[in-house]
Write a protein that binds this ligand. Structure first.
Ligand code: NAD
Length: 549
């Protein structure tokens, strides 16, 4: 298909759709499939194992065509990456609503899901892939940075200087890890089995060097740690093998985690002793054998992580359900170490902080820098945000549409929409801006092995909150609302929702943004207050959030 070879979002002010709302969604969809942004755009795979933006190439073309002709009071419906109908609604309501990867709970297994996917009836949408909000590694960078900062604060006097972090996976999300470690002053050893992925991360400076042996990795890491020099080392190899090798050698890194795409044993995780070519062959010819081998490897992988913990390392699951997979494969003690959300990020959710992101539809990086400057001046009392903006300005360069992600609290999110919309209206920015977010927030994802693990009131598996979030965002004027299943931790393990709005400078956009941007942080606070978290209860009073009970 010609479109995929050259796909990249249009930029500038000229519209090819009938409104900025539909234009924004089309640009975001195309941006997520830009070969510089997506992990494998020929397969429409954006990130996270097999997370896709459209069902197939034909459907991608139809979606783009439909968006181009959609009237400003119509709503297009996407069913797992396939446009199924449009209906006349109201200008204030979303232009696109989408539901992805949903299956009836009893049938929510990878086996049944793959059968439906193979028949062309559904698509795995991950989280920001099917909601067209993926912006490359930067999207998850701040969450990863905040996690590493929290680890540093809790265990190492606020810095990772002189500390070695062992992890794996340099995919769409995982490659945020090395940079987050070096940004906190530490040394990262990241094990990755695919040399091409390492090459990509070396190109954009997320990693400093590639090595082929554990000896080389250790020598470099120890030397850098000794001199408190930040360094990101990519080690070509199989994570389970390397972790077990280190256990045998008696080496204990300071921090250990993992971000292979372990949520999907068949497509996201390479078993020990299997090359990438052999993996492709086995997947196609003997999928059950493949899963059996992957399950065996994952048990030894998780056992090694637990052994590191017993030796005193700080160990946590990084949102890929590796503990869940090991437990399913028969390893009873798989949950010996915690998940990163319950351990490090939940306190931020309780405050209403969450991952907001904005994308310059102009294609002009200057728009992002201008918004940065306003944030640095208006939110100057929030040291966390200012430190983040200064870091990324220094370290990140843009590919695809220029974008910024930033964890903002209730008040800041309320303000940011109006600030950006005003900057568009005044002509300060070259074109409108899309405002969206990750699905990984307190009220927007129900995932008992991740976002809702070990909730205070035991409500881990209650999945009403992301549905309420999606419905409320629909009522409040979002441009796109999506409801999804299986993101992050895989089929059967999560329900979540996405939201995108557009600051086009109009009065209507301002009204929408004022309402919308309170919903995510507000529900975040309410969900955690409802579960009994004292900080969230205080935030309800502090921000005067309306709560009937
Ligand atoms: P990806 O599919 O883009 O990358 C996974 C990487 O792991 C690939 O590069 C692959 O080659 C490598 N890999 C697989 N098996 C390996 C092995 N045994 N040894 C070494 N390398 C191996 O996935 P991604 O987008 O980077 O996401 C990684 C995981 O994190 C997924 O499970 C995803 O669902 C989850 N996730 C985490 C967060 C978060 O905030 N932490 C957010 C979203 C998703």
């Amino acid at each position: 298909m010609a479109i995929l070879k050259t796909i990249s979002s249009p930029i500038g002010r000229e519209l090819s759709c009938k409104s900025w709302e539909t234009e924004a969604l089309m640009r975001l969809l195309m941006n997520s499939l830009d070969p510089r942004v997506a992990e494998n755009n020929q397969e429409l795979i954006v990130y996270g194992g097999t997370g896709k933006a459209a069902r197939n190439k034909e459907m991608l073309e139809v979606i783009i065509k439909e968006l181009k002709q959609l009237e400003p009071d119509w709503t297009l419906m996407i069913q797992s990456g396939k446009p199924v109908a449009s209906f006349r609604t109201f200008p204030f309501f979303p232009r696109v609503i989408s539901s992805s990867s949903m299956v009836v709970p009893k049938w929510a297994t990878w086996k049944e899901f793959s059968r439906l996917e193979d028949k062309g009836l559904t698509m795995y949408g991950q989280a920001t892939a099917a909601s067209w909000a993926y912006i490359g590694v930067q999207g998850v960078l701040q969450a990863t940075f905040e996690t590493m900062s929290e680890v540093a604060k809790r265990y190492f006097n606020g810095t990772l200087k002189g500390k070695i972090v062992l992890t794996s996976g340099l995919g769409g999300m995982g490659s945020a890890q090395p940079l987050s470690v070096t940004m906190n002053g530490g040394v990262a050893i990241v094990v990755e089995i695919d040399e091409k992925k390492i090459g990509r991360r070396l190109l954009n400076n997320y990693c400093d060097i590639m090595v082929h042996t554990v000896d080389e990795a250790l020598e470099l890491a120890n030397e850098a740690a000794l001199h408190e020099r930040p360094m990101a080392i990519a080690l070509l190899g199989n994570a389970a093998d390397v972790y077990n090798d280190l256990i045998t050698r008696g080496v204990t890194p300071d921090v250990v985690t993992d971000q292979t795409a372990a949520h999907d044993l068949l497509h996201g995780y390479i078993p020990s002793g299997v090359t990438l070519d052999q993996a492709d062959f086995l997947r196609n010819k003997k999928p059950e054998k493949y899963v059996e081998l992957a399950s065996k490897t994952i048990i030894s992988h998780v056992k090694a992580m637990s052994a590191f913990q017993e030796r005193g390392a700080v160990v946590f699951d990084y949102g890929n359900n590796i503990r869940g997979q090991a437990s399913k494969a028969g390893y009873q003690e798989a949950f010996a170490f915690p998940g990163f959300i319950s351990e490090y990020l939940r306190p931020l959710y309780c405050e209403g902080r969450g991952p907001c992101r904005w994308i310059a539809l102009s294609g002009d990086p200057g728009d992002i820098y201008k918004i940065d400057e306003v944030i640095l001046s208006k939110f100057n009392s929030d040291e966390r945000i200012c430190r983040w903006i200064r870091y990324v300005q220094d370290k990140i360069y843009f590919y695809g549409l220029p974008a910024r992600t930033c964890w903002l609290d209730y008040k800041e999110r309320e303000q940011i929409g109006e600030i950006i919309n005003h900057m568009v209206a005044s002509g300060e920015l070259a074109a409108p801006v899309a405002i969206t977010r990750d699905h990984s927030e307190g009220s927007t994802m129900a995932a008992p092995n991740r976002e809702t693990e070990w909730m205070m009131d035991g409500s881990d598996a209650v999945a009403d909150w992301p549905i309420l979030n999606g419905l409320l965002n629909t009522c409040a004027g979002a441009t796109m609302v999506s409801i999804q299943h299986g993101g992050g931790v895989g089929i059967g393990n999560s329900i979540h929702s996405g939201m995108t709005a557009v600051a086009d400078g109009s009065i209507e956009a301002n009204e929408k943004l004022k309402r919308l941007l309170k919903i995510d942080p507000g529900l975040n606070i309410i969900r955690h207050a409802d579960a009994g978290y004292p900080t969230a209860k205080k935030m309800i009073e502090k921000y005067g959030i309306n709560k009937p009970l």
